[in-house]
Design a protein around this ligand. Structure first.
Ligand SMILES: Cc1cc2nc3c(=O)[nH]c(=O)nc-3n(C[C@H](O)[C@H](O)[C@H](O)COP(=O)(O)O)c2cc1C
Length: 267
């Protein structure tokens, strides 16, 4: 197969997944034909597409060692007929556990041919000035690795007959790690620095910011992705004292050692 363009499909509340996918595409030297951002709630409400004779890169962050539910649900509704897929997960320097395997299994079940996989590191959603976790990643070294991975995929793909089904092996276990259920967690305070500009509400993938109540987070709907925190121009959204802040502190104390991207090619 000699692709001339590539389609990106991603869930990426704080943009690290999107940035790495674009780096992989750049390394491939291919035009990005389409960029399907399923972070947007209205896109997830659309009918999921069918793919045929093209190359796709599918990406998602790791949440609790798994795919975020909204991403897994959407990817389980896409269909494909033998479409080669490059699979990428982004994690915050703790572990990616079963997320890449879950992405591979879903895409294979839906008719894609997984040809390569990767786990990259992105600044942790809970990273702040107080609790630094994988701050500013992906950095230049990560982006070089993303571009190299893209080059490697294209070299692997050129002239290859995908009817001889390639076998991609990635780390992870089945049954997958259980999704932790902590119930409704009080998550964010909105400080008096908030100017009610609405940037947070526009960025929220769950439409769970109440514009009629001083842009408070509706905790029952929130997935703690921190899109609103990172996008706020006034830095007016801060973690409340409680379980998420405790996790942020624990992560910053236990996962300081830099992890490097891992890539996997089919045989
Ligand atoms: C609810 C939640 C759970 C997370 N779980 C993990 C995890 O299990 N392991 C890890 O290393 N990072 C974890 N992270 C961090 C994200 O995977 C990481 O920040 C990623 O780069 C975010 O991708 P995005 O920028 O595309 O949103 C979690 C983040 C959130 C919000």
């Amino acid at each position: 197969m000699n692709p001339e363009h590539v389609t990106l499909i991603y869930f990426s509340p704080t943009a690290t997944t999107r940035i790495v996918l674009e780096g992989v595409a750049q390394g491939m030297g291919l035009e990005i034909r389409d960029s399907i951002d399923i972070t947007r709630p209205e896109i997830r409400e659309d009918q999921a597409p069918h793919f045929s004779d093209q190359l796709v890169i599918i990406g998602a962050p790791v949440y609790g060692g798994r795919l975020p539910k909204d991403a897994a649900d959407y990817y389980s509704r896409m269909t494909a007929s033998g479409t080669p897929a490059v699979l990428v997960v982004l994690y915050g320097n703790r572990e990616f556990e079963d997320a890449l395997l879950e992405l591979k299994d879903i895409s294979a079940d839906q008719g894609f041919v997984p040809i390569a996989g990767a786990a990259f590191i992105g600044e942790h959603s809970f990273c702040s000035d107080e609790f630094q976790i994988a701050r500013s990643r992906p950095d230049e070294k990560d982006m070089n690795a993303a571009r190299e991975f893209g080059q490697q995929v294209i070299q692997w793909l050129r002239g290859r007959d995908l009817k001889k089904r390639p076998d991609l092996s990635v780390p992870g276990n089945f049954p997958y790690k259980e999704v932790a259920s902590r119930g409704v967690i009080p998550f964010l305070d909105v400080t008096e620095d908030c100017v009610e500009c609405g940037v947070c509400a526009a960025a929220c993938p769950k439409s769970c910011i109440d514009e009629t109540d001083h842009f408070a987070t509706i905790d029952e709907l929130c997935i703690h992705c921190c899109a609103c925190v990172k996008v706020c121009p006034e830095q007016a959204r801060v973690l409340k004292d409680g379980p998420i802040k405790d996790i942020a502190r624990w992560l910053s104390e236990h996962f300081e050692t830099r992890k490097e991207p891992q890539t996997f090619m089919a045989e």
